[in-house]
Design a protein around this ligand. Structure first.
Ligand code: ATP
Ligand code: MG
Length: 289
């Protein structure tokens, strides 16, 4: 498929203030999905110190060179955190760095931004640019705690977490900046194939949270070794066929999960997208924001 161009890229941000929930893995799978659909894709690593997304794309470039296969590649930029000691000046510098980076990727149809699992300024800044924010989380009350405080007896929501309030604040920043909205999607990652009571409880709590905090739920990925194995070659499940590797049943099932996530997110090239309705603060969050 030929590259499709648009005036302004649709920006997808992967965020969660907790480490190791699958942000970089999901980012790379979304990038590969969009590339295979024929879009020009930009990738921004805002977690440059750890550099997982950067390494993932570098590994992919090396694989293409080594094997001589034609795999589509994103345009990658790692944005470094400022080293200026004055906080305000450092934040200004980071604003400029990300602004210039986005400007440089303006010919892309989609830009996927990976953020660090903490609340640093670059991560908050990344969130403020999101058209779609994807928060992967694992099936655990520890991960749920990052979205809201849950009553241990009733499993009802007591109050939104700092992260949920931060997302709401970035939604306000976005509305003021360009009247844009952030579509917040939470996806469960590393879901166990064995249904458990814990899983059911998490599902229940998440459904209530979605309504009260203002996000949508999307299907996530199952716990599969293959998600860990592909990194060294910079591959994703969307590339396995083109890369010349054998396709197993597990690959097919996992690839289906990636497609289901993409469909649930409802990503469309900017020129196809209809104007999103203006987001309103769910009462629960507005009270804390
Ligand atoms: N669905 C999955 N099945 C099995 N392993 C997975 C799955 N998703 C992610 N992983 C593994 O979990 C670990 C953490 O994933 P990843 O690096 O994508 O998380 P992260 O949120 O970006 O972490 P950090 O906050 O440290 O940047 C990695 O080893 C990754 O390979
Ligand atoms: Mg990461």
């Amino acid at each position: 498929m030929a590259d499709k161009k648009s005036a302004r890229p649709h920006i997808i941000v992967l965020g969660n203030q907790k480490g190791g929930t699958g942000k970089s893995t999901t980012a790379m799978h979304l990038i590969a999905s969009l590339l295979h659909r024929g879009f020009k894709v930009g990738a921004i690593d805002l977690d440059a110190r750890q550099g997982t997304l950067t390494r993932y794309v570098q590994n992919r470039r090396a694989f293409v060179k080594r094997k001589g296969v034609a795999l589509p590649l994103p345009e990658l930029v790692a944005v470094q955190a400022s080293e200026v000691s004055d906080r305000k000046a450092a934040e200004r510098e980071e604003n400029e760095r990300l602004g210039e980076t986005l400007e440089g990727l303006s010919a892309c149809a989609f830009v996927v931004i990976d953020t660090a699992g903490n609340a640093d300024h670059l991560s908050r800044l990344g969130h403020s640019h999101a058209d779609t924010l994807i928060t992967p989380m694992n099936d655990s009350f520890i991960d749920l705690d990052l979205l809201a405080e849950i009553d241990p007896e009733t499993h009802k929501v007591i109050r939104p977490s700092q992260y949920s309030v931060m997302v709401w604040e970035q939604r306000k920043v976005r509305a003021v900046k360009d009247r844009g909205t952030i579509d917040w999607v939470v996806s469960r990652n590393r879901i166990s194939s064995i249904a458990s009571r814990n899983q059911k409880r998490i599902e229940g709590a998440l459904a209530e949270l979605a309504r009260r905090i203002g996000f949508r739920l999307a299907p996530g990925f199952g716990e599969r070794v293959i998600f860990r194995e592909l990194f060294l070659n910079g591959l994703t499940l969307l590339d396995v066929k083109d890369s010349g590797e054998a396709l197993t049943m597990s690959h097919v099932a996992a690839r289906q999960e990636v497609r289901a996530l993409l469909d649930a997110i409802g990503l469309k090239a900017p020129e196809e997208a209809e104007a999103a309705p203006t987001a309103r603060a769910p009462a629960e969050v507005a009270a804390y924001a």
